[in-house]
Design a protein around this ligand. Sequence first.
Ligand SMILES: [Ca+2]
Length: 475
Amino acid sequence: MNRRKFIKNSSAGLALASLPAWLTACSFTEERPNIIFIMSDDHATQAISAYGSKINKTPNIDRLAKEGMIFKNCFCTNSICSPSRAAILTGKFSHKNGVMDNKQSFDGSQMTYPKLLRENGYQTAMIGKWHLKSEPTGFDYYSILPGQGDYFDPEFIEMGETNKHKGYVTDLITDKSIEWLKNRDKEKPFLLISQHKAPHRKWFPDEKHAKLYENETISEPETFNDDYSTRSDAARLQEMTIAKHLTVADVKKPYPDGLSGQSLKEWKYQRYIKDYLRCVASLDDNVGRLINYLDETGLRENTIIIYTSDQGFFLGEHGWFDKRFMYEESLRMPFIVSYPGIIEKGSENENLVQNIDFAETLLDFANIEIPASMQGKSLRKLLTGKNPDDWRDAVYYHYYAFPASHSVRKHYGIRTKRYKLIHFYEDLDQWELFDLDNDPNELNNLYNDKSYANVISVLKTQLADLQKQYEVDKY
Ligand SMILES: [Ca+2]
């Protein structure tokens, strides 16, 4: 039995968890897991075969799921790029970490989980898309894309110095990640954050994948022609339709003569979804490259690998691209965790979890005390096969970025296992209720159905309780 298994299987594990951080850092450094946190940008679960994709295959991401645990109900607290990244680093909702939309700069002086790992003996690196405006803090090394970054020959800011690199961004981020692993201090455990630009708009595939799906027709989602008839005005006022708002620049080709209305919308969807899936194919290859490196170097055994994306995305559902709404495709994040010997292979979890739980989980596995100011919960028990009776029965969501691109109105809401209640506020003041058991596609807003009056009343109380618990100002 190796040391780590001994600690896990004996009462020594409990004793270790209660030791002060400095002592665990000094005495047990070699037993603590390494962590590789791989995050892509806008990769929806509908485009991951481990989540049942009907339109593509992701064999390498699936491999992580087969060798670890897949979370079926992992949700974003605010479905947009910078806010999700800030929530992950801090374990706090947007109103607490200060990044409510993509305009705000992350206050790097605040506590983050990489800082705590570093203070406790980990070496830490951040490679790839950062998208938080301020300089990364809490890392021994960083090499980040400026802003959104470019797909081809991108610039990287490496420890303050900007240089252009030749190649495709997804390959380069993986090259840099492997290079850092090769050159790290092998005496210390590590945290490597490897964050991809792909498959973010405008979805430029590399040459290797450029012809994938060329002679195929990708199926359209069930809700492709949604008319929003029962929904609030927010569903009609948005500006993210494939029909009207996806541009010539997005599809990278002039619209064919003679196409208009529905036939043009269908043509644009094919152009959009194929480029998106091509970017995902390269991403999946590169996830495989990184896992292979860990396998080849014997690092896999003691390394937690996470695959996630900063939020979900609409892949034609409701006729849309982009994210932001609290609807399922945008709200749900992929979240897959592998840790050989500790997490049961091929396991699934349906508990309601959120991106504010990631920091606490990683600190917990590293036996570092979780700051009381963090608002999420460690998933360690869930990941080790225990199902706590007192796990949360609802999640809170809040989107603030209006006016902004795509014109999605401000809203907040609550999602339980069965229901979702959303309040679009400020200029609208309209509510939506969905019964997800009977209406998983969220087509029937039941807010004005009198038979749901009790359900709505209970949900509103739960929502108010969550707002109180998370110290949200009233809206
Ligand atoms: Ca994103």
